[in-house]
Design a protein around this ligand. Structure first.
Ligand code: WT7
Length: 661
């Protein structure tokens, strides 16, 4: 055991609660546990009063709302700030031109090459966003139209989102790591009119072509009239006459002005769609609206990250995920903060890249994912010591439960045993952080997301729908609406109700297992549905299975998660072949490549085990519980197997797994 592992083990063994350092709390937005408790109590007694005050303090409205909240979770239908009018790009840009922040950096962009840095002041960003909004307008984009965005982490990505918001067009960002097939299905689902993409993505010093994926997707996307291409790497690409155009040409055209009149939007007008995995094959288009979402993103960014005007704030997520939407863009820019945007990865050109950037820009607030911390942990402590991290004030974590060892490593080596870590639990659907410590205020327990934020009525229910007793595991639920909650699944109201409001009446069901300890702290255990969390990204087992079954050699497949030291969970797939197909290493690789092509690299199965049969109940349901145990080499107790149609299938699978190791 290394000295660091020793230290972590002994600190953890103490079962220690980390009290917040005294200094720091006095200037925090929420200053003490007393204040937190008061705010929480107030928000539960008078939710409308609580949220109206926040919406008024944080957001600039063209017209004030008539009614704070109207809802009926049994339908479900939720409306916040009914009758209110606003524009998000005005809130994120225009108002900062007159509040003293005009020349302040809004976005500091660090490209993958170290020397590639661009800084946008609020004025510059405003002008770029207006120009691009005018380009979109020229291409026929109107309020309510959908715009698909498939870009690497370049400034044009942020500009695209804000330009859509300016026109009232609905953005649908598709993560640049997804495949052509995944892009195609997302464009098709929302009938996007325009696609914004780039020639390539820079990754690990290489240019990986992106435009060919867009071309492939667009072959079967008749709704897309225009494809706007950002030049990033300068690689050779094909431009389709009449459909494709270059960003840099369009934005600098003579008739494109640097001002664009913003569209005054209804608080409940759709702002964006973001696809996420669920229990069934097809990803869900999670819908967020305007007024409530902005209020919530700003409110949580302010209280959880304690954003102040002089801070440099860095969230390492990609804008292709909700974390980027809420905590690179809308929350921080709404507050007039300085947000850092990074194009690269944590370990290129070396494992000290993050820390080098922290020193370079004197980052104050740093928000990342457990999978990144675990990957960097493997590289040892030395890379963290090469750079001066003393500017840091707050550390954050998101995406999956952070294991206590990774928490301690982060705390000791990055936080130098002084900085608070805010472990933030939330989802694409919640729009913003729901359960989290408040920095310099909440006593911390490594591995616990601690307490619900004011306004969030979180609880643990058991199967009967009663509140679980302390430390009894159950379903995490949210009992009251909050402004950032999703308003629907695009084009699919039944799925909205079924996926989120079916388990308990009038209650939001995030499908996470959790327990609450004797101090009321929440410990999130992970997904209860058929979703695998790989490096903080949700992948539906059904999506992976249908990709596998689409291959001609596959008769049947079952995918489960298995524990993985860096990714949290890895994908383990059981595959039954067609009788004519032969088991071979080549076929195994071919299947992995096939899934990669269908969904994207993150969905590539780590292990494929050949399965002559799958364990099924007599009614034909696959018993995943057993498959999960076999994948984890846990053969001791499979629980009740009496409903299995053919118990010998399990023995066969266990034998094969034991041989595989
Ligand atoms: C799922 C949501 C929210 C932005 C990133 C992921 C898991 C997320 C935590 C945390 C334990 C967490 C949950 C959740 N999760 N944060 N701090 N502790 N689990 O968004 O892709 O919508 O995934 O990620 O299982 O349901 P997402």
């Amino acid at each position: 055991m290394s000295a660091m592992e020793d230290k972590i083990t002994s600190l953890l063994a103490e079962g220690k609660v980390f009290q917040p350092p005294e200094e720091g709390s006095a200037q925090a937005w929420v200053k003490s546990m007393e204040e937190y408790k008061q705010a929480y109590a107030h928000s539960m007694e008078d939710p409308e009063g609580f949220w109206a005050k926040r919406a008024e303090e944080l957001v600039t409205w063209d017209k004030k709302w008539d009614k704070v909240l109207e809802y009926d979770l049994s339908i479900p239908e939720v409306k916040w700030f009914v009758g209110g009018k606003l524009n998000l790009s005005v809130n994120c840009l225009d108002r900062h031109l007159t509040d003293g922040r005009r020349n302040k950096a809004a976005i500091i962009w660090q490209g993958e090459p170290e020397e590639d840095v661009r800084v946008y002041t609020y004025q510059m960003l405003h002008d770029e966003v207006c120009r691009f909004a005018n380009v979109l307008k020229k291409k026929g984009v109107k309020k309510g139209d959908r715009v698909a965005i498939y870009l690497p982490m370049v400034p044009e990505l942020a500009i695209s989102l804000l330009a859509c918001a300016r026109l009232g067009a609905v953005h649908s960002v598709v993560f640049g790591g997804f495949s052509a097939v995944a892009l195609q299905s997302r464009i098709e689902d929302c009938h996007a009119k325009v696609l914004i993409t780039a020639d390539a993505v820079l990754r690990g010093g290489k240019a990986i072509p992106l435009k060919p994926n867009a071309d492939e997707a667009l072959e079967t996307c008749p709704s897309v009239e225009t494809c706007i291409v950002v030049r990033r790497a300068g690689n050779e690409i094909e431009m389709k006459e009449g459909r494709d155009c270059w960003w840099h040409r369009e934005i600098h055209a003579k008739d494109i002005s640097s001002y664009c009149e913003p569209e005054s939007m209804d608080a409940e007008d759709m702002l964006f769609i973001l696809y996420t995995s669920g229990s069934t094959g097809k990803p869900k288009g999670v819908v967020h609206t305007t007024g409530g979402y902005l209020t919530y993103a700003m409110h949580t960014a302010q209280w959880v990250f304690d954003l102040k005007d002089n801070d440099v704030y860095w969230c390492t997520a990609d804008l292709g995920w909700i974390t980027g939407h809420s905590y690179i863009l809308y929350g921080p820019l709404g507050l007039g903060a300085t947000a850092l945007m990074f194009e690269g990865v944590p370990n290129y050109p070396g494992p000290d890249r993050f820390w080098r950037i922290v020193e370079k820009f004197k980052v104050n607030i740093f928000y990342t994912a457990p999978t990144a911390i675990r990957a960097l942990m493997r590289e040892g402590v030395e890379p963290t010591q090469r750079w001066d991290l003393s500017s840091l004030r707050i550390l954050g974590s998101v995406g999956e439960p952070i294991n206590p060892e990774a928490w301690m490593w982060y705390f000791i080596n990055i936080g130098k045993e002084k900085l608070p870590i805010v472990d933030t639990w939330w989802q694409t659907e919640t729009g913003g952080i729901m359960i989290s410590a408040l920095p310099y205020v909440t006593p911390l327990k490594p591995g616990s997301a601690t307490l619900p934020l004011p306004g969030i009525d979180a609880a643990i229910y058991n199967e009967e729908g009663k509140e679980a007793s302390p430390n009894e595991g159950g379903h995490l639920v949210i009992r009251k609406p909050w402004p950032g909650m999703l308003r629907g699944v695009f084009g699919n109201p039944e799925r909205y109700k079924k996926a989120y409001f079916n388990r308990y009446p009038d209650t939001y069901d995030p499908e996470d297992g959790a327990r609450r300890d004797e101090d009321g702290y929440f410990w999130i255990m992970g997904r209860l549905d058929d979703v695998i969390n790989v490096s903080g990204h949700r992948l539906g087992t059904a999506e992976i299975e249908s990709a596998l079954v689409a291959h001609e050699a596959v008769a049947e497949a079952a995918a489960v998660g298995m524990p993985h030291p860096v990714k949290g969970q890895a994908i383990f797939a059981y595959v039954t072949l067609m009788s004519w197909a032969e088991e071979s290493e080549e076929l195994r690789n071919e299947l992995r490549q096939h899934v990669r092509k269908e969904i994207g690299p993150i969905a590539t199965p780590d292990v494929i085990q050949w399965a002559p049969g799958l364990p099924k109940t007599r009614s034909g349901k696959i018993m995943r519980r057993i498959l999960r145990k076999i994948a984890a080499n846990d053969f001791a107790d499979f629980g009740d197997t009496s409903t299995l149609a053919d118990p010998t299938v399990v023995e066969q699978l266990v034998d094969t797994k034991k041989q595989m190791g």
